[in-house]
Design a protein around this ligand. Structure first.
Ligand code: 5AD
Ligand code: SF4
Length: 518
């Protein structure tokens, strides 16, 4: 079929396609959807806990099928990303696949022929945002019936979300899960030419798919997945259900990807996983953990290496010993603590006590005296008492975290904590968050003040969002620096003298002679 025929067909068939959705009862569709061989992964913690022993398959043969290789020619795509770096990186993969199919990217919904919402399920407000956006897109779909709208990412792994879309948002053409990204070419084809709303959500996640194309955001910093999934089962968290069991990529594949990024001129890589400290625990033929991987990447000629996110329980001595070598291994460690109370940590199934966490901090500080520590904290976990919350406040001070992502607990369907009765009023939870944030701001401002008058190394990422005459970048310890300097320094590591410390960022001037530092 040529482009003209396809256009004509789209014009004729697509309105019908939309009408058929509206004319089919949602119960018919739900019945159909449950008949398919694909099973949505309703959060089922018991089932999920049994999966650890299942085999992991590696696939190296990804390619775009011939019949869809030019399907996107002359068309545009837009992907909206919600949530964590893992989702940002998945978006880079989906952008890579769509680009190989001939699509070009656009930032305007009006220009787009395909819009994907890459969603996050971690808290209720993240989900509400997505449902808001799904609603906003309806008039556009009515106006342009041949537009394809897809929902993917973590929310599409939840059965309740899929059912809600099927029942109430029939203008959506395509729903696919986090384990189905590599099937995007076939799914787009089915959505374009099929007669049905396409739902493909695999609950089985045994596979690691290598060699997927990627269009990375920018040419300076890159994300590299080292593992997928999480087997920690913290009682508040939906991730083990939406992202599946822990699967580590083979070290040689990761190292090859990093080498490739070096060859392309990237200056920084961030190794990604929901729980990177569990890296390698699933290898049956190899004793090789995150410490070993970092040690190997340490030898590669890339100026900066970061990793996120860590779980304190698996943060072992080998990793600390490797990180202490410094060099390209930066001494900023993001170490989510979640709570300062041992009782709450137990209810969260975090598998460490306050004392054990402090002991780990002590070990890290001993090996890396200048390390910056940042964290994640949840306030208002079910039945958290005032005293337990106070323990979080004192831990925040005792560790001296320089930044923290803070959240009010959000019940997630299917998680053990969501079944608990909760006697803490919302107003109290908000108050606690407010008090914690005041402390976080104070500690951040204090940590920034230490840099006043000092010279720091900054990887220059580009112009500041607020003022194009000002450049912006991050220090080794992840402090945002805005400074005046030549545009030729973008993409390089330069020295900047700090002239002003603010709460969340530093201002400075570039030390002129350093533009060729690397
Ligand atoms: N409610 C609030 N915060 C949560 N997080 C994870 N699940 C929840 C939840 N149900 C937070 C944790 C985690 C971060 C990514 O999100 O602090 O470290
Ligand atoms: Fe969720 Fe992180 Fe706990 Fe895994 S380790 S269950 S991703 S909070």
């Amino acid at each position: 079929m040529n482009e003209e025929q396809r256009k004509q067909q789209a014009q004729i068939e697509q309105p019908d396609n939309f009408d058929r959705i509206k004319n089919t009862s949602s119960d018919d569709m739900i019945a159909k959807y449950f008949q398919t061989s694909y099973e949505p992964q309703s959060p089922d913690i018991k089932k999920a806990r049994k999966r650890r022993k299942e085999d992991i398959q590696f696939h190296y043969d990804f390619s775009i099928p011939e019949d869809v290789a030019t399907i996107g020619k002359g068309k545009k795509f837009l992907i909206r990303t919600y949530g964590c770096q893992m989702n940002e990186h998945d978006t880079e993969v989906m952008a890579g696949i769509l680009t190989e199919m001939g699509y070009e990217s656009t930032s305007s919904t009006d220009d787009a022929d395909i819009i994907l919402l890459n969603t996050c399920a971690i808290r209720e407000n993240a989900e509400n945002k997505v449902f808001g956006e799904i609603g906003h897109l309806k008039p556009l779909k009515l106006e342009k019936p041949d537009l394809i709208i897809g929902v993917c990412g973590c929310m599409s792994q939840e059965e309740s979300v899929v059912n809600r879309i099927l029942k109430k948002h029939q203008h959506i053409d395509l729903i696919f899960g986090t384990h189905n990204i590599h099937r995007l070419p076939q799914l787009v084809k089915e959505a374009l030419f099929g007669k049905e709303m396409i739902v493909e959500v695999w609950s089985k996640e045994g596979d690691v798919i290598e060699n997927l194309p990627k269009v990375r955001k920018g040419k300076i910093k890159a994300w590299v997945n080292i593992m997928y999934g999480c087997d920690k089962f913290c009682t508040y968290c939906i991730v083990p259900m939406t992202r599946g069991k822990e699967r580590s990529r083979r070290p040689e594949d990761i190292i090859q990807e990093v080498r490739h990024l070096v060859a392309q001129g990237y200056q920084e890589v961030t190794l990604l996983g929901q729980n990177v400290n569990a890296y390698g625990k699933d290898f049956e033929d190899l004793e090789y953990g995150l410490g070993d991987l970092m040690n190997d990447i340490h030898k590669i000629d890339i100026p900066r290496v970061r990793f996120t996110t860590s779980h304190p329980r698996d943060f072992d001595d080998r990793l600390i010993e490797v990180l202490a070598q410094g060099g390209n291994l930066l001494d900023h460690i993001h170490l989510p603590v979640q709570s300062g109370s041992t009782e709450i940590l137990k209810k969260m199934n975090r598998k460490y006590t306050r004392e054990e966490y402090l002991e780990l901090v002590h070990k890290i500080r001993k090996a890396m005296p200048n390390a910056t520590l940042t964290t994640d904290i949840i306030v208002g976990f079910p039945n958290e008492t005032e005293e337990q919350f106070e323990e979080t406040m004192t831990l925040m001070e005792e560790v001296g975290f320089e930044a923290a992502y803070t959240y009010i607990y959000s019940p997630r369907e299917g998680t053990p904590a969501a079944r608990k009765k909760d006697d803490v009023p919302d107003e109290v939870k908000k108050q606690r968050l407010y008090r914690l944030n005041e402390l976080v701001n104070k500690q951040s401002a204090e940590s920034m003040k230490k840099y006043d008058g000092k010279t720091v190394k900054v990887l220059v990422e580009g112009e500041s969002k607020k003022n194009p005459d000002v450049l912006a970048g991050y220090t080794e310890r992840n402090k945002l620096v805005n400074f005046k300097g030549p545009k030729s320094s973008i993409g390089k590591i330069v020295e900047v003298k700090i002239t002003e410390a603010k709460t969340w960022s530093l201002n400075g001037v570039m030390v002129e002679s350093t533009v060729e530092v690397n």
